[in-house]
Design a protein around this ligand. Structure first.
Ligand SMILES: CC(C)(COP(=O)(O)OP(=O)(O)OC[C@H]1O[C@@H](n2cnc3c(N)ncnc32)[C@H](O)[C@@H]1OP(=O)(O)O)[C@@H](O)C(=O)NCCC(=O)NCCS
Length: 159
């Protein structure tokens, strides 16, 4: 198994990360290098951008999550690995980092959306304890529905 490490995104990762999000993750919502550079200027409490690197420093994956202070929740924007590193629990490590970060901000829940037909991604989130909250009809485009999933990261306050 190849050695990898998860680190915070830096300026040097921006081109590859934007390219990867566009080409490999095929995100319907376009993310440009400028968007990622702008995110790097945000406060550490507002956004967490992670990159997976191989032992020899090659880019191998990305994840990003944004915190919303007004309702104490966060939303995962992207998570993905190069194909040869999938299935080795690195995705779970990325999710754990994003969950921990959300909790550290005082967050209540973490949300993510994925296509209804993305059975592998759905299995991945559900294995981690996420549950399906809503079906978002025509979310990405007409005829392209999404599932909204969430995970509670702190217990609800009683009373
Ligand atoms: C989704 C993704 C980030 C998961 O990361 P990963 O490192 O491959 O996943 P893990 O090894 O941590 O898997 C954890 C659990 O998720 C589930 N899972 C992961 N990949 C799966 C697959 N291909 N099919 C079914 N279940 C899967 C399994 O339950 C697995 O637990 P197990 O190993 O005990 O069976 C990664 O596969 C990926 O980059 N996929 C392409 C991009 C993508 O779909 N991103 C999410 C879109 S929102």
């Amino acid at each position: 198994m190849e050695q990898t490490r998860i680190i915070k995104m830096e300026e040097r990762h921006v081109d590859e990360a934007a390219c990867f999000i566009a080409r490999v993750l095929d995100e319907p919502k376009e993310v440009t290098c400028q968007d990622l550079e702008d995110f790097l200027d945000w406060d550490d409490e507002e956004v967490l951008l992670l990159v997976v690197e191989t032992g020899d420093g090659r880019f191998a994956g990305v994840a990003g999550v944004i915190y919303e202070e007004w309702n104490d929740t966060s939303t995962i924007e992207w998570i993905g690995l190069i194909p040869e590193l999938r299935g080795q629990r690195i995705g779970t490590d990325l999710l754990d980092r994003m969950i921990e970060w959300t909790r550290a901000q005082g967050g209540r829940k973490i949300y993510v959306d994925t296509g209804v037909e993305e059975v592998k991604a759905l299995a991945f989130y559900e294995k981690k304890g996420f549950s399906r909250e809503a079906l978002l009809k025509d979310w990405y485009r007409d005829g392209d529905d999404a599932v909204l999933l969430s995970l509670r990261v702190t217990e609800p306050r009683s009373g």
